[in-house]
Design a protein around this ligand. Structure first.
Ligand SMILES: *[C@@H]1O[C@H](CO)[C@@H](O)[C@H](O)[C@H]1NC(C)=O
Ligand SMILES: *[C@@H]1O[C@H](CO)[C@@H](O)[C@H](O)[C@H]1NC(C)=O
Length: 329
């Protein structure tokens, strides 16, 4: 390292001169236009193949991207494997174990890119995950959109950094708004991104409280549609393996659409954090508007995803391009 010291200093000052210190300045759709002009089609081919093999790739990739950006910025820190000396983000108890197919799609896309000499080790893992996320949305029938590129991969990933940064299934609107605001996202962004649950699934353990022991006076959460509560009890009997998975959108679980909002109007939000978007008067008008108008929802979703993709972006100064997405260089 020492013998590169001078080169490094020169490189850093050059970088500072070329890249002003704003996190979004470096992002642009054609960031790899010279080095790897086909990056988008290469990633898309891998994503579509993987989606054909397992649908779960879609929610898994969305969840991974969301988790990555909310914890320490969109810098692929979530992809890092723990080592004996470091418990990484992905092994926090709010784990992304569900997201195995999301990890896999990034690793496969990276491999496909590395097979092309001009792309090899040129595309950040953070950008691969961002592209793959857009591609799974499209694969599920959601809106397509331009992805800004130029994120660098983070140099830190700790389980501790996850604490208190991810929304949970029992969160109410105030808490949700506060967590999103930390990432410069508005209540509208929060509602639009929550709708990614249109293709999500959950484990029975996460809804037991709403269908069996809500509180002292109500065993079932009274904001839950009664017929839907019965369906959930049938799918998740008290003694079921808590890892059994159920769809979050009971109507069109494999389609990215605005039915999520129609479900909320009928009391069919799986989590408290879904249903409160309708029961809370502050967010209800947006839920009602997007239940009626899917184009308006799509537009808001694209805006929110683009803003999410700008959170905590790393530059050449505090990031690099990982050779292996699961390990620091
Ligand atoms: C994380 O994963 C473990 C096992 O994979 C599971 O037992 C635990 O409930 C999960 N935690 C959360 C918060 O999902
Ligand atoms: C249980 O929840 C319902 C609905 O939110 C509420 O009306 C009731 O007061 C709660 N009961 C207790 C004991 O907290």
């Amino acid at each position: 390292m020492a013998r590169f010291g001078l080169v490094l200093v020169v490189a850093i000052s050059l970088t500072i001169a070329l890249f002003p210190d704003t996190t979004t300045a470096q992002l642009k759709p054609k960031f790899y236009g010279n080095s790897c002009p086909n990056v988008e089609s290469i990633v898309r081919t891998v994503v579509n193949q993987k989606v054909k093999e397992t649908f779960v790739t879609i929610p898994a990739t969305l969840r991974l991207f969301f988790h990555d950006c909310f914890v320490n910025g969109c810098d692929a820190s979530v992809l890092i494997q723990s080592t004996p000396n470091n418990k990484a983000e992905k092994d926090h108890p709010d784990n992304v174990s569900l997201a195995g197919d999301g990890f896999d799609v990034v690793i496969k896309a990276k491999k496909a890119l590395d097979a092309i000499p001009s792309c090899k080790n040129k595309i950040s893992c953070a950008d691969i995950l961002t592209l793959a996320t857009r591609d799974v949305v499209v694969a599920a029938g959601g809106p397509s959109y331009t992805v800004e590129l130029g994120r660098f991969d983070g140099l830190v990933s700790t389980a501790k950094s996850v604490d208190g940064n991810l929304p949970g299934p029992n969160d109410k609107v105030d808490k949700l708004n506060a967590l999103f605001a930390k990432n410069k996202l508005t209540q509208e962004d929060m509602i639009a991104l929550s709708a990614a649950h249109t293709v999500g699934f959950a484990h029975c353990s996460k809804v037991f409280n709403r269908i069996y022991n809500f509180n002292r006076t109500h065993s079932v959460d009274p904001t839950l549609n009664k017929a839907y509560a019965k369906e959930l009890q049938a799918a998740c009997p008290k003694k079921v393996d808590p890892r059994i998975a159920i769809n979050i959108d009971p109507v069109s679980p494999r389609k990215f659409d605005n039915i999520y909002f129609k479900n909320l109007q009928q009391g069919k939000g799986l989590f408290t954090s879904d249903q409160v978007l309708f029961t809370d008067g502050r967010s209800r008008p947006t839920v009602d508007a997007w239940a009626k108008n899917s184009a308006a929802f799509n537009k808001a979703f694209v805006t929110a995803m683009t803003k999410l993709g700008r959170v905590g972006v790393k530059t050449r100064r505090n990031g690099n391009i990982r050779r292996d997405c699961g390990a620091f260089n």
